[in-house]
Ligand binder design. Structure first.
Ligand SMILES: Nc1ncnc2c1ncn2[C@@H]1O[C@H](COP(=O)(O)OP(=O)(O)O)[C@@H](O)[C@H]1O
Ligand SMILES: [Mg+2]
Length: 330
């Protein structure tokens, strides 16, 4: 299943994604972690030192390889150049699985060892420079993630966890509809909950499952505030964590030593994510990627590529359905 952590900068997206990833990995379930935040810190939060984090490959730099691999022999996609971040898969496209070897993972994923011989596969969009924050390049970096999510056939018990911003970019592209569960990390402040309101507004029309995860919650007053502001959307709360603080000092304690309340909150997150998978609707998932593709084609894609990108849509294709069996040579 696919899970996003979103929220305002500094709310704790990276911290809580990394704890959730550790929680899953400790239970030995397959996890692909994706750093798609403007501030690329997920590697460090998973224990990489500065040099190791800097050596992570950037998905944004491998976009041509990613496009070429995913388009496979799809006759509707004539070249990698005409493939934009929203181009949906169709007959002939190559799909990704959470656990497999493929050229995309070879180029972009690295194994990060965790406690107790657990590990996780980490992919990162790559650092954003000042010039990236002008719209186009930011799109192309996060676009690599969107393409991968749109070509991913993930099953229950397999997790892709994306650390992401709550910025307007994800709304334009459709990225925010790509998840079984979106955890909106909010501190108990007016700014924290205003990001929630904006996100909820966008999410409503697309049936996005959104839950609020309180962070840095200290005491009843904080809890009451979040409950008043977010109601039933409030799923769980994390308090200040000495474990996190020790890790940030470069002295990571064993994950087992994470505070009980925070461990409990992680369990609640996982249960909510697992429950969301059960109502996954592949047809709707495919329809939504087509919807956003047509929107992007019209607003900039056709002009940029000089092609009619609506023709890339394979009307009969539904992601997640088993592909027709190819006859095996005897
Ligand atoms: N529950 C927590 N306990 C202690 N420190 C925290 C907690 N959550 C976040 N922090 C600290 O707050 C800062 C911002 O968190 P971070 O996860 O980087 O935010 P974001 O990814 O949303 O920008 C970091 O220094 C982080 O260690
Ligand atoms: Mg972050």
């Amino acid at each position: 299943m696919k899970i996003a952590f979103v929220g305002k900068g500094g709310s704790g997206k990276t911290t809580l994604s990394s704890l959730f990833i550790r929680h899953l990995a400790a239970r030995r379930v397959p996890v692909v972690a994706v750093d798609a935040d403007i501030n690329q810190h997920l590697g460090a939060a998973l224990g990489l030192d500065e040099a190791e984090a800097a050596a992570l490959p950037a998905m944004g730099a491998h976009l041509p390889l990613i496009k070429d691999y995913l388009r496979g022999s799809n006759p509707r996609i004539l070249s990698a150049e005409t493939m934009i971040k929203t181009t949906p898969p169709g007959q002939g496209s190559r799909l990704l699985r959470v656990v497999e070897d493929n050229p995309v993972y070879d180029a972009c994923a690295r194994t990060v060892p965790l406690d107790d011989e657990a590990s996780v596969q980490l992919m990162a969009t790559g650092p954003f420079t000042d010039s990236d924050l002008g719209v186009a390049c930011y799109h192309s970096k996060v676009g690599a993630v969107e393409l991968c999510l749109n070509h991913l056939v993930d099953g229950p018990g397999e997790y892709v966890v994306v650390d992401m911003t709550a910025g307007s970019d994800s709304f334009a592209s459709g990225m925010f509809t790509r998840f079984d569960m979106t955890f909106l990390v909010a501190e108990p402040t007016r700014k924290g909950v205003s990001v929630y309101r904006q996100y909820k507004e966008y999410a409503r029309d697309f049936g996005v499952r959104l839950k609020v995860v309180g962070n840095k919650v200290q005491g009843q007053d904080d809890l009451d505030f979040l409950r008043d502001e977010t109601g039933d959307d409030l799923l769980a709360c994390f308090g200040h964590s000495d474990w996190v603080r020790a890790m940030e000092k470069g002295r990571p304690p064993l994950f087992d030593l994470l505070e009980g309340v925070n461990r409990e909150a992680l369990g609640t997150l996982r249960e909510a994510a697992d429950a969301a998978y059960e109502v996954r609707d592949w047809h709707r998932y495919t329809r939504q990627m087509v919807h956003f593709h047509l929107k992007n084609a019209e607003s900039w894609g056709n002009a940029k590529t000089g092609a009619d990108l609506a023709a890339q849509v394979d009307p009969a294709f539904v992601l997640g359905e088993p592909l027709p069996a190819t006859p095996q040579p005897v």
